[in-house]
Design a binder for this molecule. Structure first.
Ligand code: SAH
Length: 418
């Protein structure tokens, strides 16, 4: 399912023609030697001229991979309800920033804003704004059409946001290239299939100790890339491998670590929460780096820039990088999270309200994609960062009986909306 079953549709011809990225990389490798997998991935995905996301970012049925929000509106609606339930549990603050990292086509935010509109009797007194962190000019255009009907304006150079607009439901929306540019304040962060797109370093244990996997040009075949091992330790082997590591192959995504540190610091200081949903593991998997093109697995070293490259998220690493600044919940399987959020009830209501067989079949099919353990139900996970006081009363130890119990966090427990 999804990037597990990603597939066709890439026009290999980019602005610079087919093979432009490969030629650029080959020149670079010949001039200065092998690069880390992280550097290769960064070039292939987000190079400003030829990167996969920069040029197209094929999210959706006609692209290279399909994601949960693109499969069913119910997915985004339940996440919208999660945010409203957390906003209520945190005492209904008067302002709230919804910050999405890597919003793709903008579908998830669109579905969340529709829920906010439907529940306006609950949330109307709150001053809501939307902040999207997106490096791809192509995808930010698609997001602008989806969310504002195309009514956006570029921001002056001296402003942190590069574009702004107003949603169809009247909410201000801002676009940034980096999380650091987003204003601070009480915020709900969202990262759906974002961390898996960030560059990873790959390491291999050898008889001589840890070595980093690098990407080089193949001397035997012109313009073909191959993996090699670093002849000695690299700065990354020194910094990212834990002494107690037991695996022989390890992937580390330091950029994900830095972003989680930032989110945790912001939540600790200004309040809010972060919801991360992605495929991943809890520090157990070894070799998950893979490519997708036209909904098919694609050799990661072939035709860079024309395929999505991705690696499973290591949730144990994200938890560690939160550095105790916030509490963490999960990872919990997508099917458990969505069931706790009430997906079964929502499906029943939609089925009852839909008259025609085709719509009913579509609803059942998309439910199966999201929930089936063989499809997206088991391999996708939800993980949250929350202020410590959301889970434990600060003075609980001293006066255990003095406070009413904190409401459970929806999704990770059953949803209780009062
Ligand atoms: N969340 C969407 C899209 C996932 S694809 C969905 O689930 O459908 C990954 C998204 O992250 C794309 O929007 C891509 O352009 C963006 N992205 C990738 N690397 C990024 C980076 N370093 N900074 C900001 N956005 C990035």
């Amino acid at each position: 399912a999804a990037r597990l079953c990603s597939g066709a549709g890439s026009e290999a011809a980019a602005a610079g023609g087919p093979g432009a990225m490969l030629r650029h990389l080959a020149r670079k490798l010949r001039a200065s030697g092998p690069v880390t997998v992280a550097e290769y991935m960064r070039e292939a995905l987000t190079n400003p001229g030829q990167g996969y996301y920069t040029r197209r970012g094929g999210v959706g049925e006609s692209g290279d991979f399909i994601t949960s929000p693109e499969i069913s509106q119910v997915f985004g609606e339940l996440i919208g309800i999660w945010y409203i339930s957390e906003w209520m549990a945190m005492g209904k603050p008067s302002t709230l920033q919804l910050v999405e990292l890597g919003p793709g086509r903008g579908t998830l935010t669109e579905d969340i804003l529709r829920v906010f509109k439907q529940l306006s009797s609950v949330i109307s007194k709150c001053d809501v704004s939307v902040h999207l962190v997106e490096v791809s000019p192509k995808l930010s255009e698609i997001q602008a059409v989806m969310l504002t009907g195309g009514k956006v304006q570029p921001s002056p150079e001296d402003e942190a946001a590069y574009m702004k607009g107003i949603s169809k439901t009247g909410i201000p929306i801002f676009w940034y290239r980096d999380i650091q540019d987003v204003p601070t304040g009480y915020s709900f962060y969202l990262a759906h299939e974002f961390f898996d797109a960030l560059p990873i370093h790959k390491f291999q244990r050898t008889e001589k100790g840890w070595r980093e996997v690098l990407v080089d040009i193949d001397p035997e075949v012109p313009d073909q890339l191959r993996f090699v091992l670093s002849p000695s330790r690299t700065p990354a082997t020194q910094n990212f491998i834990q002494p107690e590591e037991t695996r022989d192959h390890v992937e580390v995504c330091p950029e994900a670590g830095v972003i989680v540190q930032r989110l945790a610091s912001r939540i600790e200081k200004d309040g809010g929460a972060a919801l991360v949903a992605d495929y991943g593991h809890d520090g157990t998997k070894t070799d998950t780096f893979r490519g997708f093109r036209n909904h098919q697995l694609h050799d990661v070293l072939s035709a860079p820039g024309t395929a999505d490259l991705t690696a499973d998220v290591d949730f144990s690493y994200l938890r560690k990088m939160a550095q105790g600044k916030t509490a963490t919940l999960g990872p919990i399987k997508q099917r458990e999270f969505l069931r706790n959020m009430g997906i079964d009830l929502r499906l029943q209501v939609l089925l009852q309200n839909s008259g025609d067989t085709a719509t009913r079949e579509q609803l059942l099919h998309s439910y199966d994609m999201l929930m089936n353990p063989e499809k997206m139900g088991d391999c996708f996970n939800f993980f949250a960062l929350l202020p410590h006081h959301r889970l434990v009363h600060p003075d609980k130890k001293d006066k255990p009986e003095s406070k009413s119990p904190l409401p459970p966090v929806a999704g990770f427990n059953e949803l209780l909306l009062k």
